[in-house]
Design a protein around this ligand. Sequence first.
Ligand code: SF4
Ligand code: SF4
Ligand code: SF4
Ligand code: FES
Length: 947
Amino acid sequence: MSINKEQDFGTPASTASQLVTLEIDGTAPAGTSIMRAAASIGIDIPKLCATDSIEPFGSCRLCVVQIEGGKGMPASCTTPVAEGLKVVTQNQKLADVRRGIMELYISDHPLDCLTCSANGDCELQDMAGAVGLREVRYHPVETHLNAAKDESNPYFSFEPSKCIVCSRCVRACEETQGTFALTIDGRGFDSKVSPSQNQAFMDSECVSCGACIQACPTATLMEKSVIDHGQPEHAIITTCAYCGVGCSFRAEMKGEQVIRMVPNKDGKANHGHSCVKGRFAFGYATHKDRMTKPMIRASIKDAWQEVSWEEAINHAASELKRIQQKYGKDSIGGITSSRCTNEEVYIMQKLIRAGFGNNNVDTCARVCHSPTGYGLKQTFGESSGTQDFDSVMKADVILVIGANPTDGHPVFASLMKKRLRQGARLIVVDPREIDLVKNSPHVQADYHLKLRPGTNVALINALAHVILTEQLMDEAFVNERCDVDSFAKWETFIAQEHNSPEATESITGVAATDLRAAARLYATAKNGAIYYGLGVTEHSQGSTTVIGIANLAMATGNLGRVGVGVNPLRGQNNVQGSCDMGSFPHEFPGYRHVSDNETHKLFETAWHADLSSEPGLRIPNMFEAALDKSFMGLYCEGEDIAQSDPDIQHVHAALRAMECVIVQDIFLNETAKFAHVFLPGASFLEKNGTFTNAERRISPVRKVMSPLAGYQDWEVTQMLANAMGYPMNYSHPSEIMAEIASLTPTFAGVSYEKIDQLGSIQWPCYDQESVGTPIMHEQNFMRDDGKGLFMLTEYVATHERVTRKFPLILTTGRILSQYNVGAQTRRTDNVAWHSEDRLEIHPHDAEDRGLKTGDWVGIKSRAGETVLRALISERVQPGVVYTTFHFPESGANVITTDNSDWATNCPEYKVTAVQVSKVSQPSEWQENYHVFSETQLDLLEQGINNG
Ligand code: SF4
Ligand code: SF4
Ligand code: SF4
Ligand code: FES
């Protein structure tokens, strides 16, 4: 079977609308290269240094053509089409020139094609064939043939002996990724590709995104998986299961084995780009820790017992029914996950609402972007970001608040950096110096407003104050598109002196002059775009900040067109989708309140069930109720609450208090250590479904290998529903999507058929004709009256204050190579970049405490204590410390408190008052965790041995 290769047009597409006529083709947009115009009508001009993901360079000269009436032989990759051009792409003279060029290339290239890992997938080999090269007459004195291999990167090798110095890798690293890790060193025959200052790849600035491998026409840069297993045989399009960018990939396969994940050129979220996680970190799917057998046990002190699927499902159902009989209908519930597909989340909440008979369903979005849902629904009428990712390419000023795109949303960050290199201006609002501030080549923030954690609202109010009092608003937009009464109230509020930059300076720590300048820059931009992340939402005033951001965009008219907008950067792959699918306790799919009569009736009729119109329990309420003995059974799919939720000692106590915890996951995660029923899950490679990314894009997830445990996750939930006595009989997730579409107006025009046809669809998609909505609120806002609503945003300081006992503020974030709780990435070679969480601390604070990098430090908060190693860094400001949370033993959530957002209960992960001191041993919690964890692994081992 041969793999279906993507066509390479040689040069990027022109964006011009003007068409020109030329003789090799009918028409082509002005600015198109002759090479691309020819390729689009099936004439492939030989090429080596050109590929359509990067700008043409014109160095190899293999693509020469002749133009009637023109001089010489221009390179077709760098020559644009022109009206009436008559181009000759093939004649004897051209053939001779091309053969001569190829001869030179091949003279310094190993002739080991038959045993080369790229055999059959090498452009050099293809071109030698295309130009009819049969012999090589030259033998250079100096060659690259003995150049040493660089195997330092765990995922790809660099074999310079095969390099033709076409510089495609260098340009891909610059143009596509924006890292500038590679250069061409030396001249003539001595020239060679060099990572950073002639370093090994792993010691260079390389972030292992894979763009250079993608661009390399030879076997020089090659995935080790291809070297080990050979060329793939077939490819299936699917979607990355890591972050909210939702990159499209070709899973290139050999039978049921994934050989490599190649970013899909037609993917509308990523346009053929990727990051180290989606591109390389897929090995967890077949890791030895994968759980493939259902298991049950009576108590968490017992060994697990492997059982059949039937026994596990029946046991789970009978336990849930028993608990309901004993403690009442509302004593059970479930937690869905943003890692699950839309279809899985939909049937999970359906099972809970219709099968359990209550609304006790919540999702991990509770702990990340629930304030986005609330704030944007209130102001704009819809709980989602307003733009597609490509919109950033038209932004003139980009305001990044509480987000770290180069680590958290790397492929989108590359696009943003491209726009910044084109000249867009940048304002960063963050307590820490993220890479975009000044650590990305050719990118530098105009303003870095380095605020104190927990003071977002005061800062946003001050920006608005400047815009209002300096008359920088877009009055026409406000009058025409917004609720003017609400604006009048907001105007009076924001104009008050306590919201001025001078008054808020002492709260935020941001100099009034900088703040004023940043406000002017954003407000006077032709197109001002806001991007924000968990640094906005995970606060006690998370919803207020989201509302403040929405106010800011409305006041400046930065909504409803390309290049502007309010864009929450969603953390996980399907945060948007899990919220859309009705996994909050108060909302049916499509964000409709459970008490709304019409919606309630619609779902009761469709689901043939009596549904509750009372909102159910949120995750923190479930924990409280468990400790009160009124919530005793939990079905948790794909979510690791025992690691990811705040104040985890409290979470652990709640889990211990329950009588039946059912965990469905691919690994025995931290929550499963407290479980009584374990249902093995399927990785994204083993199932069909859809994910919805941060730009509302619904993309296909396709099964590329059989589920290791025998079932896809939606099938497991369906079996549980049937065992509970609530019938479900879907035969494919497309039927679930059809039901979602029939019950949810914003999804009415969505179907698998259309997704397959278009590649992806951005909701709202109201009918069969619609192809989706890249930009929201173009004419009207989604609120009932079509107007944007301004809301007041009074700053209220968090309860979490620094004191003499807890003088530092701890804030948290992610790192590029690891992903959230780390269950997946820790089981891949990504640990080569980040094998432990560390505590970043400013040199002054470190000096006060006698700390140096590498020292063990105790971090103590009002909630608990943990120990990490210190990393002295000026990225954090004095008084602020920072850590990631990718390893369970780090216990970052032992110290986070149970403070939460006033509107949504989203935890205040970003502000914890702590003290830090040098220690020599793990904390008591860490020691207990170690013992508990080891015991649970023993109980698992015993179960497997007895099974
Ligand atoms: S490594 Fe590959 S892409 Fe880079 S210069 Fe060599 S052949 Fe070209
Ligand atoms: S993997 Fe990415 S960052 Fe590293 S050198 Fe290649 S293009 Fe640059
Ligand atoms: S940017 Fe996000 S979606 Fe894209 S490959 Fe990386 S982790 Fe996957
Ligand atoms: S492909 Fe045009 S000069 Fe190399």
